[in-house]
Design a protein around this ligand. Sequence first.
Ligand SMILES: *Cc1c(COP(=O)(O)O)cnc(C)c1O
Length: 499
Amino acid sequence: MYYKSTRDSSIKVTSAEAVIKGLSEEGGLFIPESLPEITAEEIDLMGEMSYPERAFLILRKFFTDFTDDELKSAVESAYGENFSVPNATVLSKLYPDCYVLELFHGPTCAFKDMALQLLPYLMTVSAKKVEAVKDRHIAILTATSGDTGKAALEGFKNVSGTSIAVFYPDEGVSEMQKRQMITQEGENVYVCSVKGNFDDCQNAVKEIFTDPELAARLAEKNMLFSSANSINWGRLAPQIVYYISMYASLLFEGEIKKGEKINICVPTGNFGNILAAYYAKEMGLPVNKLICASNTNNILTDFIKTGVYDRNREFHVTVSPSMDILISSNLERLIYQYHLSEQECSSLKGWFTALKDKGRYEVNDRVKEKLTADFYAGWCGEEKTKAVIKGIFDDYSYLMDPHTAVAYGVYAEYREETGDKIKTVIAATASPYKFCAAVYDALGKTPDADEFKTAEDLEKLTNTEMPEPLAKTRGLPVRFTDCTEKDGLKRVVSEMLKV
Ligand SMILES: *Cc1c(COP(=O)(O)O)cnc(C)c1O
């Protein structure tokens, strides 16, 4: 299987090249030439399999230039003891028709681990396959809205032949998210805050990737850049696995019948997680609606409902900071998927140039129709998010983090608006203990200035436990205190890599 770029159909690369490059030279994203199928028989078979076996079955359809041994060893290393539960994820039933797929049992307590525990293995195997980069040092640059950064650091720490730098918005992450990053251990890691928001971080990192002068200096030192953001295909593919795996589990446990359609509801920011669900659907997973849930930064709700993407609006800092994003990179992949003719490909390029220049574009009617056929979109404001956390805890003794609560809020609205009672799975993307203060406050209590005191109070109040990876950051020394202006990233990266 080959991958092409969303902005230049003449570019064709292998999966190894797509993973190594992250972003195509002309700024496009890599997507598979065609999507492989998942059959009902395969889903049936998966019922008996472990998570690594399921991952192997699906990923070998995408990473066709990897040997079975390479891929098997990668998934076994990634989804083993690093996760605190036997099969990496937990599927629990909130009430009949409504399930929660917990994706936060990895080493950093957010769903990003599901892909970022695997990505370093994919990348080191890929590096050996691509002649042009053989033996070159890979410098990973990552912009984070809070969770990607830590998950990427944890995935790449002390991986030989790589180094990693993470940039986070100085006032856009939770205390715990920040603490997790600035106490990161490892010899090849670097963390720096940026004066600005996530979009500023992401844009600055994208510019560095496409800076020819810097690329030349790097090449001289036998290095190259790559990305751990969800613009990298190696981040997206592993996310397809857990949606298909979840369906196989529902079937295996007799919760659904063979071929029964379900809805999937995803709290969305950069559109990576929900895009993976869309890919699963396109591969043949029986899915009815994909429910795209936003917080107050509701640009995607407007886009899906009207076809107009307009980022000329206020940026809000919310209790679900990992979704505080106005430029959802992965939309480009979805829109490309909707475009089949050459002519339409060129209009796509125009839209994304318009987004860069004017901050706004409008898709054509055909894309609008497809968007509303596949997706339902809604958003959940701050007060309602808190009310959901409290309501779900009171009614079901289930503690949700604010991102998952946003998803639930939108699902509840969907159910009421459409009367649809089709079984729905909500992606639970983070542990509530990453956002202790917001969660404790939502339960009607006053958080302490000390995050760990609040965590203890939350434990007592809800009879739940802070995950060990978060608890242990308490005793760790702070290693990173650098902060830069958004136009200072290039200098910081040059200094870090000594180029
Ligand atoms: C990253 C993140 C999201 C948003 O996921 P996207 O793939 O960027 O849409 C939602 N919730 C949490 C907790 C996250 O870390």
